[in-house]
Design a protein around this ligand. Structure first.
Ligand SMILES: [Zn+2]
Length: 242
């Protein structure tokens, strides 16, 4: 086995190369990454190498051999499949690693994200919903030093940036959200999809699933005439219909 292949071949289903393939398939069947859209990157916790799904490969057919592997220090490719181009999201993923200390980033073309980007202006907001508690507040408990999640009584806010002709052109607006929303773990791209990151892939997956659930719920509330960020007990004032 060549040294390049040892980077991607492992019997461990939790190895980044295997996990990316498993998750790409799962996200394809969730309708989040069809038509080769979307992408995933995982930082190997042991080597700190960045594992990246390539551009143009059908997500449900992704194999470890299709993946790019990047050195986190030099940003040189340690492994680059000849058949494929790196994902256009790569600079955005690297920005999340470097500026947000991410351990993994998920990018989907979720229809819930796209519709929410048409309903909301510069910020997606939803309040007082149990599932909000899955999302980190960005604050840390001063005693345990563990991250504190949002509470049921909080409002989740996710910035929405405008789409560009090419994915890598989103980089300036992504950097701006890092400054304007230092606690966010996600950015919605209007008429495009969403980027979600976390300290490890398990967390990023939970955040992505919870946010997608909340975006779907917000769309349903909006259809009923209920503002997704309305206060507890105020929903009846807004209910559409008789
Ligand atoms: Zn995309």
């Amino acid at each position: 086995m060549s040294s390049e292949d040892t980077l991607i071949h492992s019997d461990d289903p939790r190895h980044p190369a295997n996990l990316i393939c498993t998750l790409c398939k799962q996200f394809f069947y969730n309708n989040w990454c069809t038509g080769t859209g979307g992408g995933i990157s995982i930082k190997d916790p042991e080597t700190s190498h960045y594992y990246l799904a390539p551009s143009g490969v059908q997500k449900e057919q992704m194999r470890p051999e299709d993946l790019f592997v990047m050195d986190a220090q030099t940003l040189d490719y340690l492994r680059a499949p000849k058949l494929y181009k790196p994902s256009a999201c790569t600079p955005l993923f690297v920005a999340c690693y470097q500026k947000k200390d991410a351990g993994a980033i998920i990018h989907t073309h979720s229809q819930n994200a796209v519709v929410c980007s048409l309903i909301f202006g510069d910020e997606f907001r939803i309040a007082n919903i149990e599932q909000i508690k899955a999302i980190p507040s960005g604050k840390v408990d001063p005693v345990t030093m563990k991250p504190i999640a949002l509470s049921f009584f909080d409002t989740l806010r996710i910035p929405i940036i405008e789409n560009m002709a090419h994915e890598d052109e989103l980089i300036d607006d992504l950097h701006k959200t890092f400054i304007d929303y230092p606690n966010t773990c996600a950015v919605i791209v209007r008429r495009h999809g969403i980027f979600v990151w976390g300290p490890a892939i398990d967390k990023a997956k939970i955040f992505n699933e919870a946010i997608d659930y909340l975006m779907e719920l917000a769309i349903k509330m909006h259809k009923l005439g209920i503002p997704p960020d309305c206060g507890i007990g105020e929903e009846k004032k807004h209910l559409a219909g008789p």
